[in-house]
Design a protein around this ligand. Structure first.
Ligand code: NYM
Ligand code: MG
Length: 211
């Protein structure tokens, strides 16, 4: 592969329990097997000081106003922007489990304004592709009960799903929807095919920002 080629930035989105963590790992392994330099990342990134506040909020150890936690999720992305940019320009493909769209979706689901929610993430590096793992929250429940974290409730997940659907329609040029209710292997195959297409387009594309 051309050494001057930058890496691709591929984001996975979807409600809780759609298999994002499994599928990001499977895609990462597939890329490595095919000789593509790749790295897995995940937001929220819980190890930084901001990440630790987010973690204590999600585990219900701490309460914060909706606006404050929203801005912290965004700040958690901003604090990693320089390293994400450096990795991409150095030729590493980044597979990212959740990004700014989760930020908007979970806060809009609480009733806050869509545009207000998107504003703090404007200027972040724009993904080359978003892989949207879609399934009805009702169906996902059959995979076992939700965990103990904040937001892991059926009625809330339904509201989150609506916002992801809106993004998928609005940002259709780089959002790709996958049926997350099918089995792991089938889903992985479809994802790998799409990733291959995305990687082919990278040489012509410079890094863009979220607007
Ligand atoms: N979440 C995640 C948000 O509410 N806003 C964000 O910006 C991001 C990135 O955190 N229920 C929520 C969605 C999840 C929770 O994520 C933890 P994960 O992927 O389960 O670690
Ligand atoms: Mg979770």
């Amino acid at each position: 592969m051309n050494p001057l080629r930058r890496g691709a930035f591929i984001v996975f989105e979807g409600v809780d329990r759609t298999g994002k963590t499994t599928q990001t790992r499977l895609l990462f392994e597939w890329l490595i097997k095919n000789g593509i330099k790749a790295k897995l990342i995940h937001f929220p990134e819980r190890s930084s000081a901001i990440g630790q506040v987010i973690n204590s909020y999600l585990s219900n150890a701490q309460d914060l106003p909706d606006e404050v936690i929203h801005l912290m999720f965004s700040a958690n992305r901003w604090e990693h922007m320089k390293s994400i940019q450096n990795e991409l320009l150095a030729g590493t493909t980044l597979i990212c489990d959740r990004y700014a769209y989760s930020g908007a979706a979970y806060t809009v689901a609480k009733g806050l304004d869509f545009n207000w929610c998107c504003a703090p993430d404007r200027g972040l590096i724009k993904p080359d592709a978003v892989f949207y793992l879609k399934a009805q929250p009702e169906e996902l429940i059959s995979r076992g009960s939700y965990g103990m974290e904040r937001y892991e409730k059926l009625d809330f997940q339904r509201k989150v799903a609506k916002v992801f659907d809106k993004f998928c329609t609005q940002e259709s040029s780089y959002w790709h929807e996958f049926d997350a209710s099918q089995n792991e292997e089938q889903l992985q195959k479809q994802i790998a095919e799409k990733a291959e297409e995305v990687l082919k387009l990278i040489p012509e594309q410079s890094l863009e920002k979220l607007t």
